[in-house]
Design a protein. Structure first.
Length: 215
């Protein structure tokens, strides 16, 4: 499977797909963002040889999609990379970091939102996003959010079907407003599918867990 994904990674914005139409091409994330770089790094090549979790990623505003591979875990945090080592980090499926897509989300304090989501509860929460600008200065943006559950939904993942709680999160500050949606698998205590706002430059990102690289 990794060999197939690497082959797809060599084609910028290609439509590498599985037979059921789901995107499986492990595209270069920088190529998605910039339309140029298709480098496959030794860091990515080192991940071959063992089954690794995959995450399907869609850049909604750009209209592109690909698959990233788990590089490392640190407690509840999972760090996924593309062939040229652009990356996204998730805490139980909630996006907390992005690198290689222009303005970097270097950290997101989302514990209040995540707590309500995993418990399936309505409520209010504050979240803070920290961005690294072009001048390497950190910018902090705090949002007030409201969350609510909207019932159970069927979810068709690439490797299995399951039932998940559908949660909606609406956030705003003086400059921006956005809506995140999550499908939360109760037994596993994690977000298995989502649409999450990464920032004003990258916009909304869709995510979906996609099994292991040898499936």
């Amino acid at each position: 499977m990794i060999k197939r994904l690497l082959l797809c990674a060599a084609v910028v914005l290609s439509a590498c797909s599985s037979s059921d139409g789901e995107p499986t091409g492990l595209q270069s994330a920088l190529a998605i963002a910039r339309g140029a770089d298709t480098t496959v790094t030794p860091r990515f090549m080192a991940l071959q040889g063992t089954p690794r979790p995959l995450m399907q990623i869609g850049l909604i505003d750009a209209g592109t999609a690909g698959t990233m591979v788990l590089e490392a875990r640190n407690g509840p945090y999972e760090h996924y990379i593309s062939p040229n080592a652009a990356s996204m980090t998730f805490n139980r499926g909630m996006l907390t970091q992005t690198y290689g897509f222009g303005e970097a989300l270097v950290g997101a304090e989302v514990s209040q939102s995540l707590g309500l989501i995993l418990r399936g509860q309505s409520g209010s929460a504050d979240r803070t996003h920290t961005y690294l600008g072009g001048d390497d200065r950190q910018e902090f943006r705090t949002f007030r959010c409201t969350l609510r559950p909207e019932g159970m939904r069927q979810v068709q993942l690439p490797n299995r079907n399951t039932t998940a709680l559908f949660m909606r999160e609406n956030c705003r500050n003086a400059e921006f407003a956005f809506e995140n949606i999550y499908w939360v698998e109760q037994g596993r205590g994690e977000i298995i599918q989502s649409r999450q706002w990464a920032g004003p430059n990258l916009g909304a990102v869709s995510t979906r867990r996609a099994g292991l690289s040898n499936e």
